[in-house]
Design a protein around this ligand. Structure first.
Ligand code: SAH
Length: 247
């Protein structure tokens, strides 16, 4: 028997932000290989499936990426529907390239199912539009984090500085580096920032301020995953909310 691997986006956390397609595939899955951030309510949609937690968390020992690739190929040799469930969208900072390549090299079909990325969930939590007429026509999704086997480059900082709105993944633990890199590239110290921890989840937390305060703001966060949004669009939304409050 041989099956297919479905690279499925689980969304930012809240179970009802899963797509209908993702929920259907979870119901059909023989096995689910999932990340650490996937919640119990989402996994409960696959009660018949064998679960493999291969989660990686910042600053903690993690499962080797090559092991995950080999596991997917092995499981596809024995099962029909192998769901590789990833937080947010599978095709954004999700190591989808390595897993797709490994499967294809072994002749295993791969199907990708999009999900709601954490950056979009953060924008909704903030009541922010990442783009806004006259304020922001460009959005950069960046991460300052370098994989252990990766090569350090400054492209992320250049992209974040050039965009009118920057959405930064895996950056909260490196707030000082992010602040310094953006200030060094001429981003104004008073550019508004908002940090959203555990967007869409119970325990969601929002802190707001300006770029020069990024380190202090990041210290206010807890252990959950966090997104940083940097740009005038953040203040735009605050103004709209303030106007609505005053009305
Ligand atoms: N593929 C995922 C991103 C994986 S990288 C996506 O599209 O969302 C993991 C990073 O995503 C975390 O370090 C954090 O920056 C962000 N993240 C994931 N879930 C989050 C959540 N619920 N709230 C805030 N940030 C989140």
């Amino acid at each position: 028997m041989s099956g297919a691997v479905y690279l499925v986006g689980a969304g930012p956390g809240a179970a009802d932000l899963l797509t209908v397609r993702a929920a259907r595939l979870l119901g059909q899955a023989d096995v689910v290989v999932h990340d650490a951030l996937i919640g119990a309510e989402v996994l409960a949609l696959a009660p018949q499936a064998k679960l493999y937690n291969v989660g990686k968390r910042a600053n903690r020992p993690s499962v080797d990426q090559r092991f995950i690739c080999r596991l997917l190929v092995r499981l596809a040799g024995r099962h029909g529907v192998v769901v590789r469930l990833k937080g947010g969208d599978p095709n954004l900072f999700g190591r989808a390239t390595e897993e797709t390549r490994a499967c294809r090299a072994a002749g295993v079909p791969v199907v990708s199912v999009p999900g709601i990325s954490a950056g979009f969930a953060a924008a909704s939590s903030l009541g922010v539009s990442l783009t806004a007429r006259g304020v922001s026509r460009s959005v950069a999704f960046v991460t300052p984090t370098v994989a252990r086997d990766g090569v350090e480059t400054a492209h992320w900082a250049e992209a974040a500085a050039a965009a009118e709105t920057a959405v930064i993944y895996m950056g909260a633990l490196q707030a000082e580096r992010v602040r310094d890199a953006l200030l060094a590239r001429g981003v104004p110290a008073h550019r508004p920032v908002a940090l959203v921890e555990s967007a869409s989840l119970v325990g969601e937390r929002i802190v707001r301020g300006a770029l020069h305060e990024l380190v202090e703001l990041a210290r206010e966060l807890g252990e959950g995953p966090a997104i940083m949004v940097i740009g005038e669009a953040v203040a735009e939304a605050r103004a709209v909310i303030a106007a609505a409050d005053a009305a």
